[in-house]
Design a protein around this ligand. Sequence first.
Ligand SMILES: Cc1ncc(COP(=O)(O)O)c(C=O)c1O
Length: 358
Amino acid sequence: MTLVRPDLVNLPAYVPGRKPADVLDAAGHPLPPARLASNEVPYGPLPGVPEAIAEAAADAHRYPDAGCMALRERLAGLHGLDISQVATGCGSVALAEHLVRATALTGDEVVFSWRSFEAYPIVVGSHSATPVRVPNTPSYAHDLAAMRAAVTDRTRLVFVCNPNNPTGTALHRDELVDFVDSLPSGVLVVIDEAYREFVTDADVPDGLELLPGREHVVVLRTLSKAWGMAGLRVGWLAGTPEVTEAIRKVITTFSVSSLAQAAALAALDQTAEMRRRCDLVIAERPRVLEGVRKLGFDAPDTQANFVWLPSGEATPAIVATCDRHGVIVRGFGTEGIRVTIGTPEENDRFLAALADAV
Ligand SMILES: Cc1ncc(COP(=O)(O)O)c(C=O)c1O
């Protein structure tokens, strides 16, 4: 007899970013770690965010606005949506979980590409739905034809991660529209755009373009990455009022704290600075990609703020060497390594560590 659900034995636990080792520079001074494992933007919170948090702290004894009205209103206004089309949550990972909870009963199927965001199998399995992993193409992209073929009468939800975490590959407008329009109307398709702000390829659509006339589409966004709020936990989604209302029913009440709501409103005032920082990251992307390729890795083009190294069996050894250099990257078993684009100095350190490893 176990006190908890026996099927949880088969559920992987989310792997958090590792704590960095202590590394000294040539003069013997401690070298701050290069934290390149969690796809954060390295330039600190956006201006005004710490002040907004400090101000909101004075009311920390009060419950937050459970409806996140001001924040939803702002997000709706920024994206030409109605507030009824917007739902917020404790990070977009929580919204992914709520979407499973709102659509799938025990044994229902949720289809996604694999490898993709490592939380998908966890949020699906934790609700006793069945994860259906569809292998990526040999070039690490979603195989949309195979994903379509994997949809059955039991499928309730499909996650499309665009650009894909951890491979950085991105789907183009035509193929994504064809895929979405080929799905049965009773299957909700979630376009997870956690990395939308780093997309530069004009053929990669903004998922919000797909919403009009398509009730079975939901777009998932986060303030964790481009907006510099990973520690504050705010995600949002856009969909029909039917879907957003269902989310509000299944969500844990008061999921977005008053500090997080205030911070998000302050961050959203800083679009120009957000863009400037993302552009710094985007400017470094080709250099890192080229550096990795020169060292022998067949890394795919990326539209996100990270690069995928298909490092196979060498993965654990490379991760360990990077660790010794104080460079924290994310290894996935013996499959590959995801490296976040950091500051130019951090990227130099990563490339030096990788050169040492090979
Ligand atoms: C594809 C994707 N979706 C969602 C998330 C969740 O982000 P958050 O919960 O911080 O909003 C992440 C985070 O890494 C991600 O990579």
